[in-house]
Design a protein around this ligand. Structure first.
Ligand SMILES: Cc1cc2nc3c(=O)[nH]c(=O)nc-3n(C[C@H](O)[C@H](O)[C@H](O)COP(=O)(O)O)c2cc1C
Length: 316
């Protein structure tokens, strides 16, 4: 399948954009293990326009992770257009518009999934961003605001008419936040709509490549996107099973890349979260104490020492 001119192969599996999770080191590793496309976490349009340094830093991408999408969110039309132009300068392959974030500080202010309550504005932003940049623009949204307003079937056509080149659908409503199960039936319906010609990327509760295969078979989507199941597990995209040593080596590399490419403080902060959630450590008896130590570690050496300890404990 293709987004614009970007060839993404057959049945591609993508890494979902996730705040404080899909940083540069993690994206590079997911790409290495087979993610066809990766996304930055969402970046505030208003903060970009105000030139906030920590926000600008989120636009840093590496050639090794391409194709990569940078995702922006905001509620103001002008700010979204300006932000898209700033993002274009950073050189991603795609600009993705976030119309799905359910958290109160975003959706409550009308941005992210909040746009599902103001679809004319969502469409205006989309149209104007598409017109303002040369890069392919894509969007990511949910089924609707709540179970009474499942707007996605019409919305997909409307967004397509605005000129987006792919649409990601998370099979939940805003009201569901992250609870319950993702409902893929409407995603499948959008995909089967003969008027839809842009690629449809399905998202929600995919925990393995086997789940992704089932989603392709059952719903006919063009791509599948994985979010939470990737935490501490960038090899989820690999068809080959890694050994324990290889997995721990990967996590150590993730830490090193992030410290090098972001900075020690934030690089550690981001990586700690992956380590504490990684499925690798599931077999360790009384892991709780180690997990707390991981989440408190402030120095690279300290984290590496904990990781080496885990390696030994898993081998014995
Ligand atoms: C910690 C966290 C951060 C997220 N941040 C973003 C984000 O920045 N942009 C976005 O579009 N979705 C974000 N999401 C939603 C995911 O991209 C994805 O749609 C959702 O988790 C469902 O997929 P999953 O069941 O595979 O996790 C986030 C989800 C989580 C759990």
């Amino acid at each position: 399948m293709k987004i614009g001119n970007i060839e993404l192969g057959e049945r591609p599996v993508f890494l979902a954009p996730m705040e404080d999770v899909t940083d540069i080191g993690f994206r590079m590793l997911c790409k290495r293990f087979g993610a066809a496309m990766v996304y930055t976490e969402f970046v505030s349009a208003e903060a970009l326009v105000r030139d906030v340094k920590s926000t600008i830093q989120k636009l840093t991408i590496a050639d090794e992770e391409r194709p990569v999408g940078i995702q922006i969110y905001g509620r103001d039309v002008e700010a979204m257009v300006e932000a898209a132009k700033i993002v274009e300068q950073a050189g991603p392959d795609v600009i993705d518009l976030n119309f799905g974030c359910p958290v109160k500080k975003v959706a409550g202010k009308g941005a992210g999934a909040g746009m599902l309550q103001n679809i004319p504005k969502m469409l205006e932003i989309t149209r104007k961003v598409v017109d303002a940049v040369k890069l392919p623009v894509t969007a990511k949204t949910r089924l609707g605001w709540n179970a009474e307003q499942l707007v996605i079937t019409d919305l997909a056509e409307q967004l397509q008419d605005c000129g987006i080149q792919a649409l990601t659908i998370h099979g939940r409503t805003r009201a569901q936040m992250y609870t319950g199960n993702a409902d893929w039936t409407l995603i499948g319906e959008v995909k089967r709509n003969p008027r839809i010609h842009i690629p449809i990327i399905g998202n929600g509760d995919i925990k393995s490549l086997e789940d992704a295969d089932r989603a392709f078979d059952t719903y006919g989507v063009d791509a599948v996107m994985i979010g939470r199941a990737t935490f501490g597990c960038p090899w989820i995209f690999s068809r080959k099973e890694l050994t324990l040593d290889e997995k721990i080596d990967v996590l150590e590399e993730q830490l090193r890349i992030n410290v090098e490419r972001i900075d020690e403080y934030r690089g550690i902060l981001h990586t700690r979260r992956h380590l504490a959630a990684s499925p690798v450590f599931k077999g360790i008896p009384d892991f709780r104490q180690t997990r707390i130590a991981m989440l408190r570690a402030e120095k690279v050496e300290e984290l590496l020492r904990i990781l080496e300890e885990c390696r030994e404990r898993l081998k014995n």
